[in-house]
Design a protein around this ligand. Sequence first.
Ligand code: ZN
Length: 246
Amino acid sequence: MRYLLLSDLHSNREALEAVLLDANNQYDRILSCGDLVGYGPDPNYVVEWARENVLLTIRGNHDRACCGMDDIEWFNPVAQAATRWTMGQLSAENTEYLRNLPGGPVLQDDFILVHGSPLDEDEYVASMTDAANVYPYLEVSLTFFGHTHLQGGFAWIEETQRAIRRLKPEESAMRVEVTPGSCWLVNPGSVGQPRDGDPRAAYGIFDGATGDVTLHRTPYDTEAVRRKIERAGLPAVLGARLALGR
Ligand code: ZN
């Protein structure tokens, strides 16, 4: 089985459509590490698409906030404004769908999906130090995570830690050989709001036959989404950051 791995879609229809076009014919099923909504201008479109097409999506912190499960006091003012706007937009059915998403970790075949960390769905695994705290608790060798909006991840191989490097601007894909008997924490990157300095939409493909993961980037029309964000009355910074990937 080949899986398309998505994370942090954040109501970005244009980025999602670009990913699906780019990944065409390279996967059998779709999985998501959470944050379908929040920040972007098309929450209903993205949730309806997920309801029809995604085999398993776990919940992200923005999914919880936007369906009213969480107090949003701890969000920054921009995230709070976007959450209130999204709550006002989501249909009752889509809100209900978000409310019923499972929290990670969830086992799929022989790997795990989480939003933040396997130890805490809201924790960020952004550095080697963060990852080092997690390895001792992993019961499978491959975990997919999101939440940081940084494509890549970390591995513990024969007592040595390494970071998966980011794609260069001229690269559109990079194969990561997942060595057996080691621990891998892989972030497919954010579809709808990358923050690693690369504005292209990010995704991953896991090939169950080889056990390898390929990380991909594909460009999309960030300006069209910026205009939609502006028209929707969402905070302008949410549109401006898309062109920068920050
Ligand atoms: Zn997110």
